[in-house]
Design a protein around this ligand. Structure first.
Ligand SMILES: [Zn+2]
Ligand SMILES: [Zn+2]
Length: 202
């Protein structure tokens, strides 16, 4: 058993340690995770419950590190899925019960933070302090959702490794594309994020 799941201060400290600084995103991410885990009935995410959670994060921002810190879910464990939506939201799924909730940060909370601390020098400072004390229903919307995780997206050993017919590199977990009888990796099938420059170094 790690930190007490009810101990906001300890969880915030741990996430600041990992993230590198204290910011409104850490406060929001910690609170979002505590709420999400509570709603799906997870009490010990880093201990006995660690194989029972998957989190879908919809942003690659400060709060994402806090979600990782509180839930223990990570890309490397395949328990954190990054959905590139640019939204301040995350879905917490209990694999044992199938229960899932999507927690969305309310847009109005940004403004409301200033009402809590009208004397603060800027929005950032107001949010940092206000988010710590604002009640969950002012900070978040929570919706119950149904999430189906594909077999090839689950934690565990890779289901399959195939070689790309174009570049010769190997592709795991059914991320390949089948086209005209050929097996292609995604960058060879479409356009990748990289373009080879000149010759290989090795
Ligand atoms: Zn930050
Ligand atoms: Zn390829």
């Amino acid at each position: 058993m790690g930190e007490n799941m009810n101990d906001f201060k300890a969880l915030l400290e741990a996430s600041v340690q990992i993230h590198g600084h204290l910011c409104p995103g850490q406060v929001l991410g910690v609170k979002m995770s505590m709420l999400g885990l509570r709603e799906i009935g997870i009490t010990d995410p880093r201990g006995k419950d660690r194989k029972s959670i998957i989190v879908f994060v919809e942003m690659d921002r400060c709060a994402t590190d806090a979600v990782q810190s509180v839930t223990g879910c990570s890309l490397g464990h395949r328990t954190m899925k990054f959905m590139d939506y640019g939204k301040m939201a995350a879905t917490f799924l209990n694999l044992r019960t199938g229960k899932a909730v999507r927690v969305i940060a309310k847009e109005e909370s940004r403004q409301k933070a200033k009402d809590y601390f009208p004397e603060s020098r800027n929005n950032y400072e107001a949010q940092l302090e206000a988010y710590k004390i604002m009640p969950d229903d002012e900070l978040f919307d929570v919706m119950e959702v149904h999430v189906k995780v594909k077999h090839e997206d689950m934690p565990g050993r890779p289901l399959q490794r195939l070689q790309c017919d174009a570049c010769g590199e190997y592709v795991q977990d059914m991320r390949e594309v089948h086209r005209n009888g050929k097996v292609l990796c995604r960058p060879c099938a479409d356009t990748g994020y990289y373009e080879p420059v000149g010759r290989d170094i090795f």
